[in-house]
Design a binder for this molecule. Structure first.
Ligand code: SF4
Length: 421
């Protein structure tokens, strides 16, 4: 979601005549699109703002600085008070304010706008050119998982009109996009203006997108149902990879997290989905070291983790976020122990990935070519339907082509091959 917002911000700034730079210390304008899901990105933002301030004091460069995104939404005026070089703070629902605000920056004026809500804003900016694109279908979240700041910084769930989503997909396809990701915090709770559910939207998008891959992210397990697996089976251009965060395999912890499912109901849904569409694979998010997570709780997570054999997993140490319900719980698990649990799960994931990659050796896979090496015009890179990166040699392919690639070499995190077709 943040990546998509960064794209929106960059598109607007380019539309206003700004040219993207590589050195933020010598730029006229720096806009930081921030994340506050964990403490680390917030610390990074604070550190960068401090460096920018010291650089401005040293060089005297009249640089404007804006903070946007979740941290801006959460901290608001506090950022302007703490960092004297911050000129404006815009919340998660205020991206469109950039246009009028940019003209007024300077002369010591400060701007803050963190208002939330209102209509779903349909972005009209010039998108980054490429073969992949994202379409936001909803914003906010109503789930209030006890550890999560998102419902507070992104507001309540709002779904975008289906007609707008479909016409955005059509525009992207016309412009040459070959891989579209439908984005939402919890796509499975999407409801369109005419009362249709997410599987209906997915089916309709896939039907108008012949020859274009469709992906979606994120699926909340409590709202996930078999109909989604049926739609994936019916439409060959929908990638059979579902990102479905488990977070914990312990029912006791899931309850405190307010996740709305048990480990068994989670596994049951995944098994049924895989029965309907055997090609389905899953990816996940896991939090280790949540308050009160015992060794026994953690081992239950490891058990589910082994059973599902995720395609990829994003594993994080629990990070208390002020304002959430879990913040009030004692964060008593030492960092060393959290890290041990994290590394244990990572080692399981490495085994699974290694096994899958080895099995892929000699296979022929469909790869959407996304980029060409600067050094060698016959060396390309792309992704499979399971989002695996494949580097390959091909004499005739270019970005946007769907290419059959025979996997000839497997390294720890890379697949390499060649296209003989
Ligand atoms: S579903 Fe839970 S974890 Fe995901 S955004 Fe909503 S509150 Fe946060």
């Amino acid at each position: 979601m943040n990546e998509y917002d960064s794209e929106r911000i960059a598109g607007r700034l380019e539309g206003l005549g700004f040219i993207a730079g590589t050195d933020i210390f010598s730029s006229d304008l720096v806009v930081l699109n921030t994340c506050s899901v964990r403490a680390k990105p917030e610390q990074k933002t604070a550190s960068l703002l401090g460096k920018l301030r010291r650089n401005r004091d040293k060089t005297g460069l009249p640089q404007a600085v804006g903070v946007m995104g979740c941290m801006a939404q959460d901290k608001g005026a506090e950022l302007i008070k703490r960092f004297k070089n911050v000129d404006f703070v815009l919340g998660t629902d205020r991206i469109e304010r950039l246009n009028d605000l940019i003209k007024e920056i300077g002369g010591g004026k400060k701007f803050i706008d963190t208002a939330q809500g209102g209509e779903f804003f349909v972005e009209q900016f010039g998108r980054k050119k490429g073969v992949t694109a994202k379409i936001t279908i909803m914003k906010g979240c109503n789930n209030f998982c006890s550890y999560c700041i998102v419902p507070y910084v992104r507001g309540r769930e709002t779904c975008r009109n289906k007609a707008d989503i479909i016409s955005e997909a059509e525009r992207l396809i016309e412009s040459g996009v070959k891989d579209i990701t439908l984005l939402g915090q919890n796509v499975n709770s999407y409801i369109s203006e005419d009362g249709r559910s997410f599987p209906d939207l997915l089916a309709e998008t896939a039907a108008i997108s012949k020859g274009v891959r469709i992906r979606f992210v994120t699926s909340h397990p409590k709202d996930f149902n078999e109909r989604l697996a049926e739609v994936i089976k019916e439409h060959k251009n929908i990638c059979p990879l579902i990102h479905i965060p488990l977070q914990s395999g312990s029912d006791r912890i899931l309850k405190v997290m307010n996740r709305g499912y048990t480990a068994d109901s989670y596994l049951d849904k995944l098994r049924k989905a895989a029965e309907i569409t055997p090609s389905l694979r899953f990816s996940t998010d896991i939090i280790v070291g949540f308050p009160g997570e015992s060794e026994a709780d953690f081992l239950k997570t490891a058990e589910v983790f082994r059973e599902v054999e995720y395609e990829t997993a994003y594993i994080f140490n629990y990070s208390p976020r002020s304002g959430t319900r879990a913040y009030k719980l004692p964060d008593e698990i030492p960092l060393k122990e959290k890290t041990r649990r994290l590394e244990y799960l990572l080692s399981i994931q490495e085994e699974i990935t290694e096994k899958r990659y080895k099995a892929a050796l000699g296979e022929t896979v469909q790869v959407l070519a996304e980029s060409v090496s600067k050094k060698d015009p016959f060396q390309l890179s792309g992704r499979t339907e399971y989002n695996r990166v494949v580097n390959f040699k091909a004499e005739k392919a270019s970005p946007g082509d769907m290419v059959k690639v025979r996997i000839t070499e497997v390294k720890k995190n890379t697949l390499s091959g060649r296209s003989d077709y």
